[in-house]
Structures are given as structure tokens and as C-alpha cells.
Design a protein around this ligand. Structure first.
Ligand SMILES: C[S@@+](CC[C@H](N)C(=O)[O-])C[C@H]1O[C@@H](n2cnc3c(N)ncnc32)[C@H](O)[C@@H]1O
Length: 254
């Protein structure tokens, strides 16, 4: 089993990744982000939606939301969050490597470093193709990852996340000449340690932009934060946005 298929990993480390604080911050971010402002009633696919941190505020903003995730546990949590918030969201269990709904969405989102999980770079490219094909012509794909340039600013220092009743130590290691990143996590609760390692591809702004262009996206732009700031030395994230050509033409050779 690959690390990303392990439901226990996502649920054991969920307090770190999907904390209540992050849920509140995400709701604020969605309310003010110009990058998340779409046409009224836009059909939006949140690819790798996790427990629905973006689904709820985006549904409240009036978009017709679909959340796709591979993890049953994450989808259950997303369903509970949406029900609790009184928003109607479609949830689908699927693998991003295979999931395509032809020309069904105005926007596809893939956020909080949910891209680059596959060992074979062709599979990661396939995810971009799937997103391209799921968009209507003129639709937008937006991917948010931790760019290489951002990571280079702070990597090397292990991080400690205090969860109150537990804590998590996170250590990052750059692999293969800045191609990939391994993150080792140790969760300590009641004197017992639970360890996990994840490995995923890293992208610079130029590299992710080139992949978008390779699969046929146009108007490809890189941003450094959800406020629309440029991807420069102050960037906190790498957010790449591209438009499926109105003619519907994809890459030249598939
Ligand atoms: C880092 S979390 C981000 C979740 C969410 N986007 C957020 O902002 O909180 C990545 C999510 O991707 C899901 N995932 C991992 N591999 C996947 C795959 N192959 N297909 C679909 N979802 C996947 C995980 O279950 C997890 O919920």
C-alpha cells in the first residue's frame, strides 16, 4: 500500500493537518481570497477534499461543490462537516489518478499540497490531464502546494506541533537533488509514539507552470498566497492557476 492510500495515516495525523484552527483560518481565507472568487453558482470540484475544510466555506459562498477523496474516513468527516454546516455538497470516493468527469466543472481545486503524490512523474501529469478534461472549456484549475523556493527558506529545522494532549515532531528531508521530499512524522500521545513517512514530488514555480502548459492549460499564473500576491521571495505557498482553452484543445500529443 502506498502511504497516501492509508486511511489510518490521514486519521492519526488529522489533528496536525486539519486542526480546528486551520478550519477557521480556511473559512476566513475563502471569504477574502480573490483566487477563490468564481462566477455565481460555479460548479467546483475540490480534488482531494480531505475532511472538507474548503468545501463548507465554498458551498456557503454559493458554489455547487463536489468533493473527491480516496479516503473513506476523510469523506465521512467531510460529510459530517457539511451536514453540520447545513450545506449540500456532493462527495465521491475516487482516486485522483483515475477520476475524470468530462467537461463537468467550471473550477477544479487541488489545495494544501495534495499534488505530486505518485512515484512515477507520468502519473502526476495524468492528474493534471484528468483535471483538464473534467473542466469545461474556459474552466480554471488551481493547485496549491509548498513550492521548492518556499520550502528552501525554512527546511532543515525540525518542527514541533503541540496538540495539547499530544505532540507531533515533523522532519523534512530533500531527496534526489530537490526532486522529492520525505517528511517523517512522529506523534507522541500518552507516552506512545506513532511514526509515519510520506514522500512526494517537489515543484518550483517554473516546473509546475511547465506541467500545466504541457497538458494544454493557457494563461498559467503563479501566486505566492491566496491573497493573489506574486510568487516571489515573500511567497508562503505556490499556487498555480491555468485555464482550459476555450477551443477545448488539449496538449498536441497524448
Ligand atoms: C494534505 S490532505 C489535503 C486535504 C484538503 N485539500 C485540505 O485542504 O485540508 C490530502 C488529501 O488527499 C487525499 N488523497 C491522497 N491520495 C489521493 C488519491 N490518490 N486520490 C484522491 N485523494 C487522495 C487524502 O485522503 C487527503 O484527504
Amino acid at each position: 500500500m502506498h502511504w497516501y492510500e492509508d486511511d489510518a495515516f490521514w486519521s492519526d495525523f488529522s489533528e496536525t493537518m486539519f486542526s480546528e484552527r486551520r478550519r477557521e483560518e480556511t473559512a476566513e481565507l475563502v471569504a477574502r481570497s480573490p483566487l477563490l472568487e468564481f462566477a455565481p453558482g460555479a460548479r467546483v470540484l475540490d480534488l482531494c477534499c480531505g475532511p472538507g475544510l474548503y468545501l463548507v466555506p465554498l458551498a456557503r459562498r454559493g458554489y455547487a461543490m463536489t468533493g473527491v477523496d480516496l479516503s473513506e474516513v476523510m469523506l465521512e468527516r467531510a460529510g459530517a462537516a457539511c451536514a453540520g454546516a447545513g450545506v449540500d455538497v456532493r462527495l465521491v470516493r475516487a482516486d485522483m489518478l483515475k477520476h475524470v468527469e468530462a467537461e463537468s466543472y467550471d473550477v477544479v481545486l487541488n489545495v494544501f499540497t495534495s499534488f505530486g503524490y505518485f512515484d512515477d512523474p507520468r502519473d502526476n501529469l495524468q492528474v493534471l490531464r484528468n483535471a483538464h478534461d473534467s473542466l469545461v472549456p474556459g474552466g480554471r484549475l488551481l493547485i496549491d502546494v509548498l513550492g521548492k523556493e518556499v520550502l528552501a527558506g525554512w527546511i532543515g529545522r525540525p518542527q514541533l506541533v503541540d496538540l495539547g494532549s499530544a505532540y507531533v515532531v515533523q522532519r523534512d528531508t530533500v531527496l534526489d537533488g530537490w526532486s522529492r521530499l520525505r517528511t517523517d512524522w512522529t506523534l507522541v500521545r500518552d507516552g506512545t509514539a506513532r511514526e509515519a513517512s510520506i514522500t512526494s514530488f517537489l515543484y518550483s514555480g517554473a516546473e509546475l507552470r511547465a506541467l500545466f502548459e504541457q497538458v494544454g492549460f493557457t494563461e498559467v499564473e503563479c501566486y505566492g498566497d491566496f491573497d493573489g500576491a506574486p510568487y516571489d521571495q515573500h511567497a508562503r505557498r505556490l499556487i498555480v492557476s491555468g485555464i482550459r482553452e476555450s477551443s477545448g484543445r488539449g496538449e498536441e500529443e497524448r
